[in-house]
Design a protein around this ligand. Structure first.
Ligand code: ZN
Ligand code: ZN
Length: 177
């Protein structure tokens, strides 16, 4: 069985304009062809189920794909380093063309009467991933002095100083009097 991302479009291209709706749920990176960007970064697990719902609408020489892509992502909270899980829901509106003309760099190619929706889903989701997620809006982070997770416990460290005072402190200590 072929990947649901590979959609035959010969009939759509013969009969312009026509529309075909495509909806499925499948990992977009089961063959792991998209390199992971690094363990600390927000990313989608290769085996995670991605939901794709698009209408493919033919025009002369190409297809418009518009609809929605959804994927679960995982990341690290920027304040407390806890694992964070979230979900990206992205509206897509892209074009597939049989031949790229000048100015068509933003398009995907129809190859052998088939469109591959995996790169489209991948690009849409990756652009939407939060770069520095929070485990929750009011995450209190880790104490910069003792490292305790301030969401779970309190410590006796003094409140973090306002960095603007650091220079003044330095001046006072430098004063020999
Ligand atoms: Zn957090
Ligand atoms: Zn502390």
């Amino acid at each position: 069985m072929g990947s649901p991302y590979l959609v035959p479009v010969a009939a759509l291209m013969r009969d312009v304009p026509s529309v075909r709706r495509v909806a499925f749920e499948a990992p977009f990176d089961e063959p792991h062809e998209f390199a992971p960007r690094g363990p600390a970064e927000t990313d989608v697990f290769p085996e995670a189920l991605v939901q794709v719902e698009v209408a493919l609408q033919s025009f002369v020489g190409g297809l418009r794909a518009h609809g929605r892509v959804e994927a679960p992502w995982h990341g690290i909270c920027r304040r407390c380093s806890a694992p964070v899980l979230g979900r990206s829901i992205v509206a897509v509106d892209e074009r597939f063309v049989e031949r790229r003309e000048a100015g068509d760099e933003e398009t995907y190619l129809i190859e052998g009467d088939v469109v591959d929706l995996a790169p489209l889903a991948h690009d849409a989701i990756l652009l939407d991933l939060p770069l520095a997620p929070l485990c929750r809006e009011d995450c209190r982070g880790l104490c910069p002095q003792c490292g305790i997770d301030r969401n779970e416990a309190t410590c006796d460290c003094s409140a973090p100083r306002d960095p603007r005072w650091a220079t003044l402190d330095g001046l006072r200590f430098a004063d020999p009097g």
